[in-house]
Design a protein around this ligand. Structure first.
Ligand code: NDP
Length: 282
């Protein structure tokens, strides 16, 4: 392997530690409330991890577990309670929600100033217009990784594979706002390999193991692998053929230990930012 590994685990630890000291003398700890509906094993793992990190930093973390058959109205009632609770700065509803629940309506109910996942239409609109607000955690974490590695973005060609509202689309917007020339590939894109092969910066957010082949990567490119895919043998792999891509790339994120821990760190940062603003500490 010749590429530098972009170590999201190490950077997230550093950022979390700095945040711990920042919030230590605030009048009260930032409060994060997480709603988990049902018992999806992957969601349970993610929520547990967020709780552990929140505890280490000193955030007030609170989890509401609702049964898989909870009604839409009861879920919305819980969000209303959290919206009205002054000790709660950030509200996160763990996705995906079980079938039968309207995720768009659920997201829309979260008060925009407590939308620490950055998924509401208000947050998306503000990001699209380049207004400072709560930015979705995964793309925000990718930007932090790139900045920490000293990657110069202005004037570079970036290709984002994937256009979801939570990763691909906001990722493309952030890169464009950092003056990259951005191409977004999706399931109808013809010849993804050709697009990727022109990119100085590649972000893969597809959800398919090893979708981006090492041979597609332009020599010297920066490769960010957002994907988390569990194989039948239980192992976790990304959306990029990491070993082969690392032979050509200048830098690459590992899976696990790349973007994943940064996503959690940015959730904590967003919760602190929401608290700072609500406490008038800006
Ligand atoms: P989605 O399923 O919502 O989106 C996947 C995107 O990939 C879609 O835009 C889809 O296109 C596109 N796509 C699918 N097939 C192809 C193809 N053959 N060629 C090109 N594009 C294709 O996934 P998410 O964005 O939510 O997540 C993506 C990955 O990132 C997953 O592995 C997920 O687990 C992981 N993830 C990791 C996080 C982390 O912290 N590391 C956080 C969030 C997600 P179309 O729009 O046309 O359907």
């Amino acid at each position: 392997m010749s590429a530098t590994l972009l170590d999201g685990r190490a950077l997230s630890k550093k950022l979390n530690k700095a945040l711990k000291y920042t919030v230590a003398d605030w009048p009260r700890p930032p409060g994060l409330s997480v709603i988990l509906v049902g018992a999806d094993p992957a969601s349970e793992v993610y929520v547990r991890r967020k709780g552990i990190v929140a505890g280490r930093i000193g955030l007030a973390h609170h989890q509401i577990d609702l049964p898989v058959d909870v009604g839409q109205e009861e879920l919305l009632w819980n969000i209303d309670q959290l919206n009205a609770d002054d000790s709660v700065d950030g509200i996160l509803v763990q996705l995906p929600l079980p079938k039968g629940l309207d995720a768009d309506a659920v997201m829309a109910r979260i008060a925009p100033e407590k939308d620490v996942d950055g998924f509401t239409a208000t947050s998306a609109g503000k990001l699209a217009q380049g207004q400072p607000h709560l930015v979705p955690c995964t793309p925000k974490g990718v930007m932090e990784l790139l900045a920490d590695a000293g990657v110069e973005l202005s004037g570079k060609t970036a290709v984002v594979v994937g256009r979801s509202n939570i990763v691909g689309r906001p990722m493309a917007q952030l890169l464009e706002q950092a003056n990259c020339t951005v191409t977004v590939c999706h399931s109808r894109t013809q010849n993804v390999a050709e697009h990727v092969g022109r990119a100085d910066i590649v972000v893969a957010a597809v959800g398919r193991p090893h979708f981006v082949k090492g041979a597609w990567i332009k020599p010297g490119a920066i490769v960010i692998d957002v994907g988390i895919n569990r194989l039948e043998d239980g192992s976790l792999v990304g959306d990029v053929e990491t070993d082969a891509a690392a032979e050509r790339a200048a830098a690459i994120t590992p899976v696990p230990g790349g973007v994943g821990p940064m996503t959690i760190a940015m959730l904590m940062a967003n919760t602190a930012a929401a608290a700072k603003s609500r406490l008038g500490l800006d």
